[in-house]
Design a protein around this ligand. Sequence first.
Ligand code: SF4
Length: 329
Amino acid sequence: MKIEKEAMFYRKLDRDYVKCDLCPHDCQIPDGKVGRCRVRKNEEGTLYSLNYGKITSFALDPIEKKPLYHFYPGSRILSIGSFGCNLTCSFCQNWQIAHREPEATYVTPEQLVQAAQAHKDHIGIAYTYNEPSIWYEFIYETAPLIHAAGMKNVLVTNGFIKEAPLRKLLPHIDAMNIDLKGFTNDFYKDLCGGALTPVKETIETAFKSCHMEITTLLVSESNDSFEEIEGLAKWIGSISREIPLHLSRYFPAYKMELPPTPMNLMKEAETIAKKYLDYVYLGNIAGVDRNTYCPQCREEIVHRDLIIKVQSLDGKKCKKCNKPISIVY
Ligand code: SF4
């Protein structure tokens, strides 16, 4: 399927090279080659997006699966993904679409909006599964149409994007879940092929613009030291104690064969993070308490079990003690 769209955010250089300015990799791409993400190609001095409009995954998911626990709890969202990624995490959970090119269906932004309108009982579109920031042109054209049709746009992203494209997209985005994969540059460099600082900058910028939650996959013996977890939680708390943090348990995937992160470590990590943050949730673990409690009086605000129910919210406040609760609802 050869459908290509001229990319945004690039410059022409000498000798038919182009420089892509979408993500911090700053690829300088010779004619006929692709950048590190494999989905942006230089053809005779023009940079093209190779995954524009190409959908490899489509599902109607609970919003909690993104995970977003403080954004329309109990609702569903149409979740779509394409292919490609600008990071190379050795523990990638979606490597079949992130690092391969599976079968895709082509849709235009208008067709996607029509498909979204045809499905009932959901709040909008989540751009997820593979990395959405390198699906930039398609999302940039689709998101305003989704808004115009009265629906929401959600990004589930690694946050490895440069500031200018991020700021241009943010007015069209209602919520983000950003992966903060670890809290050392070495972890980002050695296991993810990225860098920590640009992701922190994305989190700081996004927090001022839309609803935001953060996910950290705790990988055995790699990013799960108590010092690192404490540093990560403390830093998020310095932006706001109210940012929900999802600590997700690692299981062997893709190239990573280390054993699953021990349960006692997950529990200890939760305890540490709660010193700095009001809402910490464990993920990828059956049977844990997923409810949201008022940080002041411990009233159950959202009950999450087979049925998800907002129980004790009066507008944006706890019904019992009146503490403001950061849930978009
Ligand atoms: S988006 Fe792709 S081509 Fe552009 S700088 Fe990042 S990895 Fe390179």
